[in-house]
Design a protein around this ligand. Structure first.
Ligand SMILES: [Zn+2]
Length: 239
């Protein structure tokens, strides 16, 4: 169930028997040849595919994230860290205020990690709130599969190249990119960082077969779904 396909009466009904929901987080940033909204598209889709069979509502993705280092790439838009944390705090507060008590945050962008740290504080201040902060792409089973197919796969490589992040008419390189020196990249300002990473892929093949990427997707959906299902704190109401 997506919140965008529900009305308030349906949410009111839902909250009478369940208090789980999902909030996807993305980023609007360069992904080499893929969509600038890749992280938002993937986070929302994996959340919806995972939550739909469970009947758990998924809030619309928070598309903008924290990505100052990609600012020199056209189309990349970052929130400042203080704004981002304030915004995430407001979103969780709003969700909590509605009566949701078990929240799975499905994050699609590594730069959003500070939001994960914030969850500990929000839970400490609200003893009946449970939040799982889930980086869908590097969860154990998903990352094991990626590494098994091709070690060194990273940002904007095949692992993010799915039928729903590809752009029509854009031809992908058939090669694999050697890993970017991420320690160097971390020391650079956005302009010099852009020079280092060139097209923006951090390493790995630009594309792989649909059977491989869809297998990856299936694993990621199952792994996300398992987190929504449980386990939750033992004293919370039944699912
Ligand atoms: Zn990404």
């Amino acid at each position: 169930m997506q919140i965008c396909q529900m009305n308030w009466m349906q949410v009111e009904q839902y909250l009478k028997h369940d208090d789980r929901c999902v909030l996807p987080l993305g980023s609007v940033e360069q992904h080499a040849y893929l969509s600038l909204a890749t992280d938002a598209i993937l986070a929302e889709r994996v959340a919806v595919d995972a939550a739909e069979p469970l009947g758990v509502p998924v809030f619309p993705v928070q598309s903008y994230g924290f990505t100052p280092y990609f600012r020199a790439f056209p189309g990349t838009v970052s929130l400042t860290l203080s704004t981002y944390l304030a915004l995430i705090r407001d979103l969780i507060d709003g969700i909590y205020g509605q009566g949701f008590r078990r929240v799975v945050v499905v994050n699609g962008h590594g730069g959003n990690a500070p939001a994960g740290a914030l969850m500990a504080e929000l839970m400490a201040d609200r003893p009946d709130l449970q939040v799982k902060f889930h980086n869908w792409w590097n969860a154990p089973r998903t990352m094991d599969y990626v590494k098994g197919v091709e070690a060194g796969s990273s940002h904007a490589s095949w692992m993010e190249n799915l039928p729903w992040t590809r752009l029509s008419g854009v031809v992908m390189p058939e090669t694999a990119k050697p890993p970017v020196d991420s320690q160097q990249f971390a020391l650079l300002d956005p302009v010099r960082g852009r020079k280092l990473i060139a097209d923006g892929n951090f390493g790995g093949s630009y594309q792989r077969s649909d059977s491989e990427v869809l297998t990856l997707w299936g694993i990621a959906v199952k792994e996300t779904q398992a987190l929504i299902e449980g386990p939750w704190r033992a004293d919370t109401k039944g699912d």
